[in-house]
Design a protein around this ligand. Structure first.
Ligand code: FUB
Length: 332
């Protein structure tokens, strides 16, 4: 499967259908001298591009709409523009959500607004109040309510918030490639908060996204690295079922869990994608023209350089019970 975009390195693709086209909001990977480490310092991105296409046929052109936001445009940011996402508000405008380190080195989530899905986007001067960690994923439900999922372990700092779901419990001593361990410990969950009607703030205190093991009905354990949430949250809804999907990080799977509401709890459903070339795996799932698509990235184009990734897309299928069938990236 060939990358969708080859003139730049792109990763963490959040895809949405706006105005009948597929818009892709990825990270823009760049070369760096920073040595690879488990804190992710080598992911030193400094701007965002937006891409769009009117067909997911492999031969169809993908348009690069150019730079839509950069570090120096955002007053509160010091570095590391990581995985973004976008949503359309009730006012018809488009909202770009992005994580970055603030001037103190703590990841926060910002929002920038534009009149068009391809931007340009004007950032709010401050991050979303009470936001923290990384990988915002927006979801607008069929009733129009908008939610933001977020969180990521290790370099994403989620483990620094074990004291609760709010930003003020930040514990600096947990910074680095660390997370709770032990057979008795439960895995940390992503966070979710409803957004205000104007899309600029959380409308409520973030809640933890709980994933239950189907065999016990209990939360997944912290030591269950094949199934526990690590980063790259995504939400999609199909036939009234809510699908929360995510990366398992150090075991490199994309997995999903299903629930009856946007808040969960969710029951673990299985793997969507086996490990690809490169350390990270990150994705989005979107319906386009009656078919469902998985956008993800790997490091094939850079021949395995972990921080130089490329976006790909593959059709996915569900069985009669709504289970996602595992994707075979090698099948045509
Ligand atoms: O792109 C930087 C980080 O790598 C993302 O925020 C994570 O999801 C991982 O893909």
């Amino acid at each position: 499967m060939a990358p969708l975009i080859t003139h730049l390195y792109t990763a963490d693709p959040s895809a949405h259908v706006f105005e009948g086209r597929v818009y892709i909001y990825p990270s823009h990977d760049r070369e760096t001298d920073i040595q690879f480490n488990d804190n992710g310092d080598q992911y030193d991105m400094a701007d965002y591009h937006v891409f769009s296409t009117d067909s997911l046929d492999p031969a169809a052109p993908v348009i690069d709409h150019g730079v839509v936001l950069r570090t120096e445009d955002i007053p509160w940011v010091s570095k590391q523009l990581w995985a973004p996402d976008a949503a359309q508000g009730r006012d018809g405008k488009y909202y770009l959500y992005f994580p970055a380190r603030d001037k103190a080195g703590v990841f926060r989530i910002g929002v920038a607004v534009g009149d068009r899905p391809e931007g340009p986007f004007t950032p709010d001067p401050e991050p979303i109040k009470g936001s923290y960690s990384i990988d915002p994923a927006s979801f607008v439900d069929t009733d129009g309510a908008a939610y933001l999922y977020f969180g990521g372990l290790w370099g994403g700092q989620l483990q620094c918030y074990q004291g609760g779901n709010t930003a003020d419990v930040f514990d600096d001593s947990w910074q680095g490639p660390k997370e709770p361990t032990g057979a008795e410990a439960k895995a940390m969950g992503a966070r979710v908060a409803k957004l205000t009607d104007d899309m600029h703030q959380f409308a409520e205190e973030p809640r933890e996204v709980v994933i239950l093991a189907p065999e016990t009905g209990e939360p997944i354990a912290a030591d269950d690295h094949d199934r526990r949430f690590f980063e790259a949250a995504w939400m999609h809804k199909r036939a009234d079922k809510y699908y929360f999907s995510y990366s398992t990080g150090d075991t490199h799977y994309l997995c999903y869990a299903t629930g009856d509401t946007p808040y969960g709890p969710f029951t673990y459903g299985g793997r969507i994608l086996e490990p690809v070339l490169g350390w990270t795996t990150h994705h989005s799932i979107v319906e386009f023209q009656g078919r469902w698509w998985l956008f993800h990235h790997d490091c094939e184009l850079s021949k395995g350089v972990n921080h130089l990734r490329s976006v790909k897309v593959k059709e996915i299928f569900y069985d009669d019970e709504g289970k996602i069938l595992p994707v075979d990236v090698n099948a045509s």
